[in-house]
Design a binder for this molecule. Structure first.
Ligand code: ARG
Ligand code: GLU
Length: 715
C-alpha cells in the first residue's frame, strides 16, 4: 500500500506548532496485556491507536503478543520473519557476540553476518521464550487463606498453592508456567510460556555502529547508535522446542511483525511491548530519600573506582580489552543510570511530591473510621522500617557491589561449589562456567580492582564490619592471590578430583577472606532484607489504600520481568530551559560525531565504508521524506531495564523502532514517571534496514522481512 503523498506530509509538518513536538499525552504505567481491554483500550485509542486490545493480546486468536519473546531472560526480542528471525539490541546480544569473538576473529569489532543458514552460530545457554497465555490466579493462590491465617504459615501456603496451580496448568504440555505477585501480593497472575533453547547468532553490526558513542553517549540524547543484532530461533522439525541439533529447523512463528517504512511524526501513537524488569513506583518519600542520599551515592562511587581501573588495563592490552568489554559495559551502564536517576528525582522534587501524596492519603484516611483502622498507621510503619534498613545499608552496598560481586571472589565460590559436587554431569557444567570465567579474566586487572575495593570498604563501612586482613601489615589484597588458583593449570589439575580439589582449596589464604566476606554479607543482607520484607508487606496495604482512594483510576503494577505494554507518543522534550531535544537524529549526526582514529581506541570511530555510503546520500527506501537517513528517535513510553530490544509499534501494530535506552534524567521513571521529562530511545527501523542492506549487504535477511508503508518515491 502506498503512503500519503509527501506534500501532505509536509503540510502536516507545518501545522505542528513547536509545542506539539512535546507530546504531553502519555500515561505512566507498564500494563498487563490481558487487562488492556478493561483498563486501557479506550485511552490508547484516544491517543491514536487503530487496533483493539485483542489485536495486541488474545488467547484464542493470533495477536501481536505471539511475536514477542523474552530474550535470554534479561532483554526483549521480537520475531520479524516467517523463518523465526529475531531482532533485539546489540547490547542484549553483546555477551553472546563476545563469546564467539577472539583476537583473531573479533566479531565485536568487525561485525558478523551469516551468509547462509548453515553459518548461523549456535549459542548455548541462550533462550527465547514466548508467552502462550496469561491468567489471573489470585483466588487459586489464596485458596485456604483467611484473615486469621497466621503470618508464618502464609508464605508456605501461598507457595504450595502456586506450585499446584502452575503444575496443573502445564500438565501434558511442553510449556512452563510462572506465577508472580502483583501490587506486592494483592493479585497474582500466571504466565504460561514456551521456551526455545536453540537460538543462533545471525547478524551483528560492528561495534562502531552497534555501540556507537559507547558509554559516553549511553543514557544520552542526541543519540546515533545502531543498537541491534539478529538471531534466529530454531525448533525441532515438528515445530516444538528442542535443544541444539543439526536437525533443527528455523521456527515457523505464530506471528511475525511487519516493519513500517512510513516514518514517524511528533504525536504519533506508539506502544512498547516487552519485559520490563523492575520499577518501584510505590516507594514512600523516606525510601526515595534513602535511595537518593545514601544508596545511590555509595554504589556510584564504588563503580566509578572499578571503571577507572578497568579502563586503564583495557587501554593497555587488546586481550584485556576484549575480555573485559562486556563487564565494563554492564558496570558502566548502571553507574551512569543511578547518577541520572538521582539527578532526575532531585530536579523533579520527587521527595516533596511523594510527601504531598502521602499527606493527601492521610487526609483521606483520617476522614473515616474504617479507613483509619485499616490504613491509619501504614505510612508511619513504613517510615520506621526504612529507618531500620539504614542500619546495615552502607555495609550491605559495599559488600554486595564491591566484594561479593568481585570477579575473583565469585570465582573462588565457583571453585568451592565445584569441589563439592558429586554428580559428574553437573560438575561438567560448572567446569565449563569456570573455564569461561578464566577466558575473560586478567589477574593484574583483578588485583588492582580488589585492592581499591578493599580501600573503599575500609574507609566507608563501620568498623564492626572490618575484615581481619585489615589488621595485618601490607596490602590485604596481596595474599588473597597466593597459590596460583586463578590459572587454567590449577583448574586442570584439580577439577577431575573433588577430594584433592577440596584439600587444595583449604590450603589457600584466600579462603579466610572469602569466608569472612560471606559471613558479613549475610549479616548485612539480613539487616537490610528483614525490614525490607516488612516494607514490602506494608506497601501492599498502602497500595490497596491508594487504589481505594482513586477508585476511578487505573493503576499499573510495578514491573517484575513479566510481559507488559506501555503506550505514549513520538516526541522530543525540553530538558532544560532553552534547550530543545528534537525527536529524531540522522546519519548526518553520526558522521558529525566522528573522531578520526583507529577502531576500538575510542567510542566515535567510523570506518571508511560507512562514511562513503553516507556521502553518497543514496539511502533509497530507507530515507525520510526529506532525504535524510533517520537513526534514533524519542517517544514517551514508560520503560525500564529489560525493555531493551522491545518493539516500538505504531497505531496499527507495525514495527517502527527498537527500544534500547532512556534519556538520562528519564531513568527516574523507575521511581516516578513524568510525561514531560521521560523519554525512551529507539533505533528507527529504517536505520536497521539500511545497515543490513547497504552497509552489510545481507540481502537474504532483508528478503525475509516484511516491509509495509513503503515511501512512494522508492516504489
Ligand atoms: N543504557 C542502556 C541499557 O540500560 C544501554 C546499555 C548498553 N550500552 C552501553 N553503552 N553500555 O541497557
Ligand atoms: N538499556 C536498557 C535495557 O537493557 C533499557 C533502557 C532502560 O533502562 O530504559 O533493558
Amino acid at each position: 500500500m502506498g503512503m500519503k503523498p509527501s506534500f501532505l506530509r509536509l503540510a502536516m509538518l507545518c501545522i505542528y506548532s513547536l509545542a506539539s513536538i512535546f507530546p504531553a499525552k502519555a500515561d505512566q504505567g507498564m500494563w498487563l496485556p490481558l487487562l488492556l481491554k478493561q483498563l486501557n483500550e479506550e485511552r490508547m485509542q484516544e491517543l491514536g491507536m487503530k487496533m483493539s486490545a485483542e489485536d495486541i493480546y488474545s488467547i484464542n486468536e493470533g495477536s501481536l503478543k505471539d511475536a514477542i519473546v523474552s530474550f535470554g531472560g534479561y532483554c526483549t526480542g521480537q520475531v520479524i520473519s516467517e523463518q523465526g528471525l529475531l531482532l533485539t539490541n546489540h547490547h542484549c546480544g553483546y555477551g553472546v557476540i563476545q563469546s564467539h569473538s577472539s583476537v583473531e576473529n573479533d566479531l565485536l569489532t568487525n561485525g558478523f553476518w551469516a551468509p547462509s543458514l548453515e553459518d548461523e552460530i549456535a549459542s548455548p545457554g541462550l533462550h527465547a521464550t514466548f508467552i502462550i497465555r496469561i491468567e489471573e490466579v489470585t483466588e487459586k493462590v489464596m485458596a485456604g487463606i483467611t484473615e486469621d491465617t497466621p503470618e508464618i504459615k502464609l508464605e508456605s501456603l501461598i507457595e504450595t498453592n502456586i506450585a499446584k496451580v502452575s503444575a496443573d496448568a502445564i500438565e501434558g504440555t511442553h510449556y512452563q508456567a510462572e506465577i508472580k505477585p502483583f501490587f506486592n501480593g494483592s493479585e497474582y497472575y500466571m504466565f504460561v510460556t514456551e521456551r526455545f533453547e536453540d537460538v543462533r547468532l545471525v547478524g551483528a553490526p560492528p561495534t562502531f555502529i552497534g555501540k556507537y558513542g559507547g558509554d559516553t553517549d549511553n543514557w544520552e540524547w542526541p543519540r546515533h547508535v545502531g543498537d541491534f543484532s539478529l538471531f534466529r530461533i530454531y525448533a525441532a522439525p515438528d515445530g516444538k522446542p528442542a535443544p541444539y541439533s543439526e536437525d533443527n529447523v528455523p521456527l515457523k512463528p505464530r506471528r511475525s511483525l511487519n516493519l513500517s517504512l512510513a516514518g514517524i511524526q511528533p504525536g504519533d501513537f506508539t506502544m512498547v511491548f516487552g519485559f520490563p524488569g523492575r520499577t518501584q513506583q510505590y516507594l514512600t518519600s523516606d525510601a526515595v530519600k534513602l535511595l537518593v542520599e545514601e544508596t545511590n551515592p555509595h554504589r556510584i562511587g564504588i563503580r566509578e573506582t572499578k571503571l577507572e581501573i578497568m579502563d586503564q588495563y583495557m587501554q593497555a592490552s587488546d586481550r584485556v580489552r576484549i575480555a573485559y568489554a562486556s563487564k565494563y559495559a554492564s558496570t558502566a551502564n548502571y553507574w551512569k543510570k543511578w547518577i541520572g536517576e538521582s539527578m532526575g528525582l532531585e530536579s523533579y522534587d520527587a521527595i516533596t511530591r511523594k510527601k504531598a501524596l502521602e499527606a493527601e492519603f492521610m487526609e483521606w484516611v483520617n476522614a473515616e473510621a474504617g479507613r483509619k483502622a485499616k490504613y491509619g498507621s501504614v505510612l508511619d510503619d513504613i517510615a520506621a522500617e526504612v529507618q531500620k534498613v539504614q542500619k546495615g545499608n552502607v555495609a550491605y552496598q559495599y559488600l554486595r557491589e564491591g566484594l561479593v560481586r568481585h570477579d575473583a571472589i565469585q570465582y573462588f565460590q565457583l571453585l568451592y561449589a565445584l569441589a563439592s559436587i558429586q554428580d559428574t554431569g553437573e560438575r561438567e557444567e560448572y567446569l565449563v562456567e569456570a573455564k569461561r570465567f578464566l577466558k575473560n579474566f586478567d589477574l593484574a586487572t583483578d588485583k588492582a580492582v580488589l585492592s581499591a575495593m578493599l580501600d573503599l570498604y575500609r574507609e566507608n563501612v563501620p568498623s564492626t564490619y572490618h575484615l581481619s586482613a585489615f589488621a595485618k601489615a601490607g596490602d590485604p589484597a596481596e595474599s588473597f592471590y597466593e597459590g596460583d588458583w586463578l590459572s587454567m593449570e590449577w583448574l586442570d589439575e584439580y577439577a577431575g578430583n573433588p577430594r584433592a580439589h577440596q584439600k587444595a582449596l583449604y590450603d589457600l589464604t584466600a579462603l579466610e577472606m572469602v569466608a569472612e566476606i560471606q559471613e558479613f554479607y549475610s549479616t548485612a543482607r539480613g539487616e537490610v532484607n528483614g525490614p525490607q520484607a516488612k516494607i514490602d508487606a506494608l506497601t501492599k496495604i498502602y497500595i490497596e489504600g491508594l487504589r481505594e482512594m482513586n477508585a476511578d483510576r487505573a493503576f499499573a503494577p510495578d514491573a517484575n520481568s513479566t510481559l507488559r505494554v506501555a503506550f505514549g507518543s513520538v516526541g522530543g522534550m525540553e530538558p532544560r530551559d532553552g534547550l530543545v531535544y528534537r525527536h529524531y537524529t540522522t546519519l548526518d549526526g553520526v558522521i558529525a560525531k566522528e573522531v578520526p582514529g583507529v577502531a576500538n581506541t575510542h567510542e566515535f570511530f567510523l570506518d571508511e565504508k560507512i562514511k562513503m555510503l553516507a556521502e553518497s546520500r543514496e539511502y533509497g527506501r530507507w530515507a525520510d521524506e526529506e532525504g535524510y537517513l533517520p537513526v534514533n528517535f524519542l517517544a514517551s513510553n514508560h520503560t525500564t531495564g529489560g525493555n531493551s530490544g522491545s518493539p516500538i509499534l505504531d497505531a496499527e501494530g507495525n514495527l517502527i523502532g527498537l527500544n534500547f535506552d532512556r534519556t538520562w534524567q528519564s531513568t527516574m521513571s523507575d521511581v516516578m514517571y513524568n510525561a514531560e521529562i521521560c523519554r525512551n530511545i529507539a533505533v528507527d527501523v529504517r536505520y536497521i534496514g539500511w545497515v543490513i542492506e547497504k552497509y552489510a549487504g545481507a540481502d537474504r535477511l532483508i528478503e525475509e522481512m516484511n516491509f509495509v508503508n513503503e515511501p512512494m518515491a522508492a516504489e
